[in-house]
Design a protein. Structure first.
Length: 571
C-alpha cells in the first residue's frame, strides 16, 4: 500500500512540473516585447510606438492619408460628397522629416525654406505622423516650454523666424496669374499661450494695375483666443475689374496647450466660404459683393511674387499644413482614420514540415493620446475589444512551402484560445487588423505575440530490418514504426557504402516507396554485387510531400546466381 502511495505521489509531482505529456513537445516563438517587430514586414497605417509600454508596441499610425481617393468633394455646403478619382493635394507639409531643415512639400509643387531657429518635435508631441513643427525660437524640450511663464512675451529675436513657401512651377495652385476655383486650407495648431497678434500664416502678392500695383494678402492671426482670417483683394470679379475684402473669425476659443484643427474652404460654384474648427462649422460667408448667396461670384486670381509665411510671430506647434485644389470634406479630423490598419508577418519558420500551431498568445491594450499624456489599458488575452470600440482582430495561415502561403485562407483566432482549425505547415504567417475607437482618438496596440506549436517531427524509423539475398534480387522486411502517423516507408539502396541512391533495381532508382507494407522484394540487381539498404518511415505533409524521418540501421546482401527464396507476405 505504501509502495502504491509513493508511486502515485511521484507521478503527481512529475505531472505538476511538466504540465502534461502533450505539453512536453510544445515550442514557442516570441514576437515583439523584448524581441523586435522586424518580422512584421507589411504595415499599412501601423507603426511602432515607444511611450506606452517598456518596449515598443504596434499601434495605428496617425499620419494623414493623402493618396488618391482619400478626399471628398462637392458643390456647396449641402452637396453630396463623393470621392475624387485623383489626389486633390496641392501642398502637403507633414513635418515628419527627421530634422526641421529637411521640411518639404511632399506634393512637390512648392519650395520650402526653413529658418535655423525652427525646431522639430518627435512623435510624442505630434498630432499626426512622426513629428511636428515648433515655432517661436523655443528649446527642443517642449515640456520645459509648456511650463514656461504664462505671460511670456515675444522677444525681438523670436520674431520674423518663419517657414516660407513659394511656388516651384505653374502646377501650384498659388502660382502667378492662376485663377483659382475650389480650394481648401487646413492645419493643426497647439499654441503655448495664444496671445493677441500671434500670426499663424500670411500670404502676400501684387497684381499689376494701370499705374500702380494692387496688393493681395491672406492673414490668419490670433485675436481674443480666436483665429481672425483676412482675405484682402484676393477675390476678383469675373471681369477682373474689382476686388472684395473678406474678414471673419471663429466663435470657439482656442485653448492653449491643446491641439485644434482649422479648415477654410471655398466653393466656386456658389461662392461659399466656410471656416470649420475641429470639424464644426464656425462661419459661413459668400464671395459676392453683398456677402450673401446670389449675384456675381468673385474668385481668386493670383498675383505675382506670391509667398506664404508660416508661424512668423507664433509660439507653439503646428502639424499637417495642407492646401487642396478642391472644396473638401475631410473624412475625419480624428487622430486615427476609421478604416484602421493592418500588419502581416513574413513567413515564420517553425522548423519542420507538418508542424501544428496550437494557439497564439498575445498581450496588448488600447492607448488614448491627449497632448503629451497617454492613457493606456492593458490586457493579456481575450478578444481585445475595448469599451470605446477600438479592437484588434487576429488571423493565421500555414503551409510547408512559404511561396504557397498566399494560396491559403486566413483563419481567424482569439489570442490565448486553442486554434481548432487545421493550421499545419512548416511556415506560419500572422496578420492583425487594428480598428480605432468610435471617436477616432484611441488606438489598440499589440505588446507581444507568442506562437505555441508542435514541431512537425517525422515518424521514428522501423526496427529489425533484415535482408535475404537471391538470384538478381533481395528481400527486405522490417517491423513497423511505433508512430501512429506513419503513412509509409521509403527504401534506400546503393552498391557503394555511405551512399543512398542506387539505380539498378527493376522498381526504379532509390528511394523506392513501399507504401504501408513492411516487406518488399527488389529485383533487377547485379549478381555478385554487395548492396547496402536502409529504410525510413514517412508521413504526408499538407503539401502532399514526403516528410521522411531517420534511417533504420543499415543491412547488406549480395545477390548470387542460383540463390532462391520464397516471397515474404506483408504482415
Amino acid at each position: 500500500m505504501k509502495t502504491n502511495s509513493f508511486f502515485i505521489n511521484i507521478v503527481y509531482i512529475f505531472l505538476l512540473i511538466s504540465g502534461s505529456v502533450y505539453g512536453l513537445g510544445e515550442k514557442t516563438i516570441s514576437l515583439g516585447g523584448e524581441a523586435t517587430w522586424n518580422v512584421f514586414e507589411f504595415r499599412d497605417r501601423v507603426t511602432e510606438f515607444k511611450s506606452v509600454r517598456p518596449f515598443p508596441v504596434l499601434l495605428l499610425s496617425s499620419a494623414a492619408d493623402t493618396t488618391a481617393g482619400s478626399y471628398l468633394a462637392a458643390t456647396g455646403l449641402s452637396g453630396n460628397f463623393t470621392a475624387l478619382k485623383h489626389s486633390a493635394i496641392d501642398l502637403d507639409l507633414t513635418f515628419d522629416e527627421r530634422d526641421a531643415s529637411l521640411f518639404r512639400d511632399s506634393a512637390g509643387k512648392y519650395k520650402v525654406t526653413v529658418s535655423p531657429e525652427l525646431k522639430r518635435t518627435d512623435r510624442s508631441f505630434a498630432r499626426a505622423g512622426t513629428g511636428a513643427a515648433l515655432f517661436g525660437g523655443l528649446s527642443d524640450n517642449l515640456s520645459d516650454n509648456l511650463q514656461a511663464n504664462e505671460n511670456k512675451k515675444l522677444t525681438k529675436e523670436q520674431k520674423n523666424r518663419p517657414l516660407t513657401i513659394e511656388p516651384r512651377n505653374a502646377d501650384a495652385l498659388f502660382a502667378p496669374k492662376n485663377r483659382i476655383g475650389d480650394f481648401t486650407i487646413e492645419f493643426w495648431i497647439h499654441p503655448l499661450n495664444m496671445e493677441n497678434g500671434e500670426q499663424i500664416l500670411s500670404w502676400a502678392s501684387t497684381i499689376p494695375a494701370k499705374n500702380s500695383y494692387i496688393f493681395q494678402n491672406i492673414k490668419c492671426s490670433a485675436t481674443k483666443n480666436r483665429l481672425q482670417w483676412s482675405f484682402e483683394n484676393f477675390f476678383t470679379s469675373p471681369n477682373g475689374a474689382s476686388h472684395i475684402n473678406i474678414n471673419f473669425s471663429g466663435n470657439s476659443a482656442i485653448i492653449p496647450k491643446a491641439w485644434s484643427h482649422h479648415l477654410v474652404r471655398f466653393d466656386m460654384a456658389t461662392g461659399l466660404i466656410e471656416y470649420l474648427v475641429n470639424g464644426k462649422s464656425e462661419t459661413i460667408m459668400y464671395a459676392t459683393q453683398t456677402g450673401r448667396e446670389g449675384g456675381n461670384i468673385y474668385t481668386p486670381v493670383i498675383g505675382e511674387g506670391g509667398l506664404f509665411s508660416i508661424g512668423e510671430s507664433y509660439i507653439g506647434l503646428m502639424d499637417e499644413f495642407k492646401i487642396h485644389n478642391a472644396f473638401i470634406n475631410r473624412s475625419s479630423i480624428q487622430r486615427f482614420i476609421p478604416k484602421g490598419g493592418r500588419t502581416e508577418t513574413r513567413a515564420i519558420d517553425l522548423g519542420g514540415n507538418n508542424s501544428s500551431v496550437l494557439k497564439v498568445e498575445a498581450s496588448g491594450g488600447n492607448a488614448r493620446i491627449k497632448g503629451t499624456k497617454i492613457n493606456s489599458e492593458f490586457i493579456e488575452k481575450g478578444r481585445f475589444k475595448f469599451a470605446d470600440d477600438s479592437e484588434m482582430q487576429f488571423f493565421i495561415r500555414a503551409c510547408d512551402n512559404p511561396w504557397h502561403l498566399n494560396n491559403r485562407e486566413w483563419v481567424s483566432f482569439i489570442p490565448g484560445e486553442t486554434i481548432t482549425s487545421h493550421v499545419r505547415g512548416r511556415y506560419a504567417q500572422i496578420a492583425v487588423d487594428f480598428y480605432p475607437s468610435a471617436d477616432g482618438e484611441a488606438s489598440p496596440y499589440l505588446n507581444d505575440l507568442r506562437i505555441i506549436y508542435l514541431p512537425g517531427e517525422p515518424p521514428l524509423p522501423p526496427g529489425n530490418l533484415t535482408a535475404i539475398a537471391a538470384d538478381s534480387g533481395v528481400q527486405l522486411r522490417w517491423k513497423n514504426s511505433p508512430d501512429a502517423n506513419t503513412d509509409g516507408y521509403l527504401v534506400y539502396y546503393s552498391s557503394v557504402r555511405g551512399e543512398l541512391f542506387g539505380n539498378d533495381a527493376a522498381l526504379g532508382p532509390s528511394p523506392i516507396d513501399a507504401g504501408k507494407k513492411n516487406s518488399i522484394t527488389i529485383d533487377g540487381l547485379n549478381n555478385g554485387t554487395l548492396y547496402y539498404f536502409r529504410v525510413a518511415a514517412y508521413d504526408r505533409t499538407a503539401e502532399s510531400a514526403y516528410n521522411a524521418g531517420e534511417f533504420s540501421r543499415e543491412v547488406t546482401a549480395r545477390p548470387l546466381t542460383g540463390l532462391s527464396f520464397q516471397t515474404l507476405e506483408a504482415r
